[in-house]
Design a protein around this ligand. Structure first.
Ligand code: ATP
Ligand code: MG
Length: 512
């Protein structure tokens, strides 16, 4: 039998205060898709960063094609055929596609001036784009592409470097259903071309669909391997979390409760001629479903005063509010936990404690002096509630795993005692166990009288956690479903603007 393309043996890695990896083994065959799963902070990205030459292991060996190798740098990894598509996209917005694909290794023309050979770059880029079935021109600037297309550009970049082992760290966390399906097709195609793929995802349905084998990490250790036929949702969860997860209980109906927070005839810049109205009671969770681009985020931003509304009003307890900035919204106890948490939610160079207490520092101060003890107690309490995995609250946010960073952002807003909380995609990139914790927390907040608006593209999340669901279609509310009426079919029908197209044909474009 041929040796595996990749064999990582006994890999260990410590960071100050954390054993990120403890003697982990990983084998990958040629043309094999191995999914790497595990809770937030389990060590998935760290293991891949070792393979990608970003980190050096403390212990352990690595073989490629049966030969022992040492990977000291990203350059080494590339030379050995390891391509890495990171959890955070690395593309540069104002360069064009070809410029991104060849970033840092632009081909030069001969002659004294050593000018970049743009033509050669474009031609080579077109070849890669074609291999991925990606229909964009190599000279368009990256900023004009969707997130999904940018992701494919990263893959093109790896392919142009002749990657034989492709690492994808949560490639679909910002993709819609159709885009995800495309990406999975691309992976199948690459597989047929003999490329091996290591695929990290918290979306277990994708893992079931694409993986030839699943390797589960738990707390930095290898917790088990499942062959293709053995990959089942419940088994995966048990290996990842170490226990079965509880199904959420049914909640009492929220029908007939008086509205507390209401949006009336709100119009946004994106859809200036469409009006949005809905109301949420105290203690109620209103889910907001819809396709990507339906205008959900714009409505949230207008309510929160990030972006001026074109018209309409926002009411709290029957009183019309004047909100022209996030500061105004916050003063009324209305908070938005935004979709792009890395960009707008977290200061990565700050400690966890600082991130959590920053929005309400005055609360931790006496006569202008910050009371460290009070601040620390609040941070410890919230990290405990959300189960943030970190050596201490003094750890830098940048050093946390992706999912734990998101929990810190949640903690920051939750510590402010909100009246109205708007979540935009609350659990993107968050593992199954932590998701369950966040839902419980959301329900706890609602039980305490908070009105919750939850924008989500995750069908299961919407159906299981909303009291009612408002479905948006092209800038307006296409319908509001009560608890009993709210299933996948009904949501999809409204989300695609109902009956013009048969459901099967359009269901594809509904986000997962
Ligand atoms: N540069 C670093 N410095 C300190 N600690 C780190 C560093 N990188 C990772 N860690 C820690 O190592 C552990 C593993 O993190 P890693 O990013 O590998 O998790 P993950 O499995 O990718 O999680 P997620 O699903 O949230 O992305 C975590 O406890 C994390 O806080
Ligand atoms: Mg990670």
């Amino acid at each position: 039998m041929n040796p595996p393309v990749l064999h990582m043996k006994g890999i260990s890695k410590r960071f100050p205060g954390v054993v990120a990896l403890d003697a982990v083994d990983l084998e990958v065959g040629a043309g094999e898709v191995v999914a790497l799963v595990g809770e937030n902070g389990a060590g998935k990205s760290t293991l891949m960063k070792i393979l990608g030459g970003v980190y050096r292991p403390d212990l352990g060996e690595l073989e490629i094609d049966g030969q022992p190798m040492t990977i000291r740098s990203v350059r080494d990894a590339l030379r050995l055929g390891v391509g890495f598509i990171h959890q955070e996209l690395n593309v540069i917005d104002n360069l064009d596609v070809a410029g991104n694909v060849f970033l840092g290794r632009e081909p030069l023309r001969g002659g004294l001036l050593r000018l970049i050979d743009h033509r050669r770059m474009r031609v080579a880029t077109d070849v890669c784009l074609k291999r991925l079935g990606l229909n964009v021109a190599s000279r368009v600037p990256l900023r004009s592409l969707s997130i999904a297309q940018r992701q494919l550009i990263e893959i093109a970049k790896a392919l142009s470097q002749n990657a034989r082992i492709l690492i994808m760290d949560e490639p679909t966390s910002s993709l819609t259903l159709t885009e995800t399906a495309r990406l999975l097709d691309v992976i199948r195609e690459l597989k047929a071309q003999g490329v091996s793929v290591i695929y990290i995802s918290h979306r277990l349905s994708e893992v079931e669909e694409i993986a030839d084998r699943v390797v589960v990490l738990r707390d930095g250790r290898h917790a088990g391997t499942l062959a293709r036929g053995e990959v089942m949702h419940d088994r995966l969860v048990r290996l990842m979390v170490g226990r079965d997860l509880q199904r959420p209980d049914a909640r009492p109906s929220s029908a007939n409760r008086p509205p507390y927070f209401a949006v009336r005839n709100l119009r946004t810049r994106r859809y200036p001629s469409r009006e949005v109205s809905f109301a949420v009671a105290r203690g109620e969770v209103l889910g907001v479903a819809g396709l990507i681009g339906a205008g959900r985020t714009e409505v949230a931003r207008a309510i929160f005063g990030v972006e001026a509304a074109v018209g309409g009003s926002v009411l709290l307890d029957g009183v019309e509010l004047k909100i022209s900035s996030p500061g105004d919204a916050i003063a009324h106890g209305i908070y938005l936990i935004p979709e792009d948490r890395r960009g707008t939610g977290l200061i990565v160079d700050f400690m966890i404690r600082e991130n959590i207490t920053l929005p309400a520092l005055s609360r931790y101060a006496d006569a202008g002096l910050i009371k460290r003890g009070r601040e620390r107690a609040a941070a410890v309490e919230w990290c405990g509630q959300l189960n943030v995995k970190a050596p201490s609250i003094e750890s830098r946010a940048a050093d946390l795993s992706g999912g734990n960073q998101q929990k810190v952002v949640l903690a920051k807003w939750l510590s402010l005692n909100p009246r109205v909380l708007i979540f935009d995609e609350p659990t993107r990139g968050i593992d199954v166990g932590a998701k369950a914790e966040i839902y419980e927390l959301m329900r706890g907040l609602a039980a305490g009288g908070v009105s919750v608006v939850m924008i989500s593209s995750d069908m299961e999340e919407i159906i299981n956690n909303s009291d009612r669901v408002a479905v948006m279609h092209e800038g307006r509310v296409a319908g509001i479903l009560n608890q009993g009426e709210c299933d996948e079919q009904a949501i999809m029908r409204l989300a695609v603007g109902s009956t013009e197209k048969p459901l099967e044909a359009s269901a594809q474009s509904v986000v997962s």
